[in-house]
Design a protein around this ligand. Structure first.
Ligand code: NAP
Length: 245
């Protein structure tokens, strides 16, 4: 894929990996429309990058998601890249009695799995009209080997991994390429106070860009290459590595 002169919708571009992707794509002469749930975060980002476009959208809310799809149809008919990056992770202990857990389950599935897929489907009519188009989904190493503290998150990322692959099959004879980025632990607000050996968001973006340029559709970043290899050779060993991560 070409890395410049794209018109990109980037979800979750206000923080962490999304913000590093934004910085890189802005340095390469792209038009980037950033979406996040928080208007204040979008306003602050606009202060840093005056040329970006922004659309507020809570991906946990179906009406807000539909509004995002409608606005892109109306305002950006030249969109050719969708980056489904936004994500959340709750670390709930299901053995405690906590009334918020059922709503957490729904929200996490909506933000991490349902919305990226509905966004891809909803924007397909625009993407189909472009000579070079792509959908880029950000999953996780936890799609392959789960950890105890995040049962819903791991399930959503496993679902996103398989959906991405199946969608790639559906679109293989079209103009739309379907990419998956599989990050290891990255140093972002999502992982504050958690884990060791994190890579920086910029290191992730360097590896992603190399794979994206070369049309490598499944881009395993850093240690996730090893994780997937170990998982194939000894699933039990891989499980033990991440169970309490
Ligand atoms: N960090 C890691 O180690 C790691 C590893 C593997 C995969 N990933 C994946 O990489 C992606 C980015 O993660 P990150 O670490 O960069 O996280 P982050 O720093 O917490 O950023 C998450 C982004 O998603 C947006 N967001 C959160 N809830 C949203 C909602 N309901 N609607 C719309 N936007 C929402 C946030 O913006 P607002 O708060 O302004 O809405 C923010 O821009 C996620 O899909 C994550 O699962 C991360």
């Amino acid at each position: 894929m070409q890395v410049n002169k794209n018109v990109i919708l980037l979800t979750g571009g206000t923080s962490g990996i999304g913000k590093a992707l934004l910085k890189r794509f802005m340095s390469l002469e792209n038009t980037v429309i950033v979406s996040s749930s928080n208007q204040k975060n979008l306003d602050a980002l606009q202060g840093e990058y005056p040329d970006i476009k922004t659309i507020q959208c809570d991906l946990g809310d179906p009406a807000s998601l539909q509004n995002l799809i409608d606005r892109v149809h109306f305002e950006y008919q030249d969109l050719n890249l969708l980056i489904n990056n936004a994500g959340i992770q709750y670390n709930d202990n299901w053995l405690t009695t906590d009334d918020s857990i059922p709503s957490h389950i729904e929200r996490e599935v909506r933000v991490n799995l349902i919305s990226p897929l509905q966004l891809a489907y909803g924007l397909l009519p625009i993407l189909k009209d472009q000579p070079n188009a792509a959908i880029i989904n950000i999953s996780s190493g936890l799609a392959f080997v789960p950890k105890k503290s995040a049962p819903v998150y791991c399930g959503t990322k496993a679902g996103l991994h398989l959906s991405t692959k199946a969608l790639r099959y559906q679109l293989e004879n079209s103009n739309i390429k379907v990419f998956e980025v599989i990050p290891p632990l990255v140093d972002t607000p999502m992982t504050t106070g958690r884990g060791q050996g994190k890579i920086t968001p910029e290191q992730l973006v360097d590896e992603f860009m190399e794979g994206f340029r070369k049309d490598r559709y499944e881009i395993s970043i850093g240690k996730t290459k090893w994780l997937r290899l170990i998982q194939r050779i000894s699933p039990k060993f891989a499980d033990g590595m991440l169970k309490n991560a």
